[in-house]
Ligand binder design. Structure first.
Ligand code: XMP
Length: 317
């Protein structure tokens, strides 16, 4: 039988054998997989693991600071890199979802490559690839692979020429969480919803600007904090908000307003391949909607997405 303690013990020994005194660079995303991979490699080689956590300006509100602080408190050798402007510049004026994904992927590679070059003699690239990623990247392309180009897997540019170390590539998600728990990762990281690599850029329909990111971060935070407060966070598989390229009429006091519309999306799912819209309580939706409209300047209407996948996808882009 598989158990996380013996997995950690044998994997750490194998990693030590394989890596010796070599240096490894690993990109942290804030998600479960890269975090657990980092903790495991760190357990094996300590400071020879160089973690890079990039702020692409498309993360959730306060996420970069919060997650960076928890990585540091876990003892990881981590460098936080503020690349917001570089990403916003690359995204400027782009409206096509795939063009946005490509610009983000390319910018990430540029930033990461630059950071990797700062680490003298680095020999390995650490990755949080898990078993389902391995399967997905070799199988006949499923809908999510053909409709959208995901950047999690195989994103290694040739010119980096590093050997790859992927200590989680035989594990399923729940096993990864169990390993993370054994390694002392906080529940806040282990239990978090999936979040797409391109982040809020694919939840802002149309072109991305820092102002729109700011509005969407505020809306998203009210929604996610509300889910946490009402004990609903763990009942949904993923949740987030979309900023629509639409303005609608409203009233505020005696004034007519003409402001933005946001859509909330929450789904239940097992693996993200199919999903049902989450039947969140009306009371909860009413409170979140009020919160958002009262507190986020520039938004005067909130709608809830009641589409299932298929045929709708989870993300709107
Ligand atoms: P869809 O929208 O295809 O999403 O139903 C399924 C899952 O994949 C995530 N997703 C992405 N993740 N890069 C990622 O790393 C992407 O470009 C991307 N697009 C969608 C989505 O958040 C959901 O969990």
């Amino acid at each position: 039988d598989w158990d996380p303690e013996s997995f950690v013990e044998s994997t750490v020994a194998q990693l030590q054998e394989k890596l010796g005194d070599d240096k490894v660079v690993l990109g942290l995303s804030g998600g479960v997989d890269s975090s657990v991979a980092a903790m495991l490699i760190h357990r094996a080689i300590g400071k020879n693991l160089y973690c890079v956590f990039v702020d692409n300006g498309l993360l959730r509100k306060d996420e970069f600071e919060d997650v960076l602080a928890s990585y540091e408190s876990l003892g990881l050798n981590v460098k936080g890199v503020d690349s917001k402007e570089q990403f916003y510049t690359a995204l400027a004026g782009l409206t096509d979802p795939e063009a946005k994904r490509k610009a983000i992927g390319k910018t990430f590679i540029d930033v990461f490559d630059h950071e990797a070059h700062q680490i003298e003699g680095v020999a390995w690239l650490g990755q949080g690839t898990i078993y389902p990623d391995v399967i997905e990247s070799v199988s006949v392309k499923g809908p999510s692979a053909t409709i959208k180009s995901h950047h999690n897997v195989g994103g290694l540019p040739d010119f980096m020429k590093l050997k790859v170390v992927e200590p989680l590539n035989t594990l399923f998600k729940d096993e990864v969480r169990a390993v993370g728990r054994t390694l002392g990762l906080p529940e806040a990281i282990l239990g978090r919803h999936p979040f797409p690599g391109p982040g809020l850029a694919i939840r802002i329909l149309g072109d991305v600007t820092p102002e729109k990111v700011d509005i969407l971060q505020q809306v998203d935070a009210l929604f996610i904090n509300g889910l946490n407060r009402d004990g609903l966070y763990d009942k949904v598989w993923q949740a987030g908000a979309m900023l629509l390229p639409v303005q609608s009429v409203g009233v505020m006091g005696d004034e007519r307003t003409y402001e933005r519309v946001v859509a909330l999306r929450a789904v239940t799912s097992v693996d993200g391949m199919t999903a049902d819209w989450a039947h969140l309580p009306y009371e909860f939706l009413a409170n979140v909607s009020n919160d958002i409209i009262n507190r986020v300047k520039g938004v005067n209407r909130v709608v809830y997405d009641i589409s299932s996948k298929p045929p709708a996808t989870i993300e709107w882009e």
